[in-house]
Ligand binder design. Structure first.
Ligand code: ACO
Length: 325
């Protein structure tokens, strides 16, 4: 059985944190942030607005778009590194919030999470185990970022994006790849909060509870992996880079996207970028960008879409698909 996207939705918190706001919080400038990253503003969730709230709102929209009820879902996958709790899974809360009765689990592959999730959903559909799978990418990185660390706090934002992958006569997902290199987790991680460095009275309030990143190392990895992962997915799909109608890359840094465009020889009109509005929303970035590309009429039936993400792990994933909706 083939699989194709039949519904999509997004939700971002109301509060905007602009570069001008950040200039008042840390020693930075709008000029530095825009020239190094392309980001102008990001959304920040309210203290009483956990990730599950964003995820449920995006999931509801995706169901409505697909013309489905929550009871039609065969599986829910929530991709996040900033779930409501260490456990239970945020997916359990989303299942209840939507009124679904299906199994639900979280998937953690940092910024590559949603592409990992979509590929996982494809396997459930290909084997006939599920007919409709809701895949949500949701993050509230604002809740684990240190707003005194200018090297990380300017980059990240909050949001949720969702898609429903359904069994289909026509092939939607054509090719994919996933990868992992766990040799250097400290390049991008949150040291405390797991079983390695548990939260104790000694760790509370220390920088160990925040995101740590070796920015230039991640930058080098990202510029290398974006193009090669996309190429691998295209080979599996039997396509070449010239067949791509729209490329939706992970929205982390405009310079990383430009490096991937160069490697894939893609002109700007074939690349979707919205990071100036949201910053890096990790696993939510690509599904939010997908929704906005559709809203802006950038995707037509029959188009071939390339999506590629990289992130902590280090991990990466890419999908080549044909738009059938
Ligand atoms: N404002 C002003 N100056 C800053 C800021 C800031 N916000 N942040 C860092 N600087 C300074 C640094 O301190 C450094 O100063 P120094 O030379 O006096 O030491 C200088 O700017 C240059 O710093 P670099 O780190 O070399 O800057 P670079 O050009 O590499 O850009 C950046 C930094 C934007 C973080 C880049 O490395 C990057 O985008 N890396 C990839 C990050 C990424 O994509 N992470 C997410 C992965 S996805 C996931 O899983 C969450």
């Amino acid at each position: 059985m083939h699989s194709a996207i039949t519904g999509w939705g997004k939700f971002v918190p109301e509060r905007i944190l602009s570069n001008a706001d950040l200039e008042r919080m840390v020693e930075t400038s709008d000029e530095w942030i825009v020239s190094r990253t392309g980001i102008r503003e990001r959304r920040i969730s309210a203290p009483d607005q956990p990730s599950s709230h964003l995820a449920i709102a995006a999931g509801r929209q995706a169901l409505e778009c697909a013309g489905l009820q929550a009871s039609d879902l065969g599986l829910i996958i929530v991709c996040t590194v900033t779930g409501d709790y260490t456990f239970p899974a945020t997916a359990n809360l989303v299942q209840d919030g939507l009124g679904a009765h299906c199994p639900a689990f979280d998937l953690q592959a940092a910024c590559a999470g949603w592409i990992y999730g979509l590929i996982t959903a494809h396997q459930f559909i290909a084997t006939g185990t599920a007919r409709h799978v809701l895949v949500i990418g949701v993050e509230e990185l604002s809740k684990i970022v240190d707003y005194t660390d200018r090297a990380t706090c300017v980059l990240f934002g909050d949001g949720a994006g969702a898609a429903i992958l359904s069994a289909s006569e026509e092939p939607g997902i054509l090719g994919f790849t996933m990868g992992s290199d766990g040799a250097r987790p400290e390049q991008l991680y949150r040291p405390a909060g797991g079983s390695c460095i548990p939260i104790t009275k000694d760790t509370v309030g220390t920088s160990a509870t925040y995101v740590h990143m070796m920015g230039s190392e991640v930058f080098k990895f990202a510029t290398r992996i974006m193009g090669s992962a996309m190429e691998e997915a295209l080979v599996m799909a039997g396509l070449t880079r010239h067949d791509i109608d729209l490329f939706i890359p992970h929205q982390a840094n405009l310079r990383i996207i430009e490096a991937a465009m160069k490697r894939l020889e893609l002109p700007p009109e074939k690349v979707f970028v919205n990071l100036e509005k949201y910053g890096n929303t990790s696993s939510a970035a690509i599904p939010i960008a997908l929704c906005e590309a559709i809203e802006q009429g950038r995707i037509q039936t029959g188009n071939r879409i390339g999506m590629v993400a990289f992130g902590g792990g280090l991990s990466w994933a890419a999908i080549a698909m044909r738009w059938t909706a």
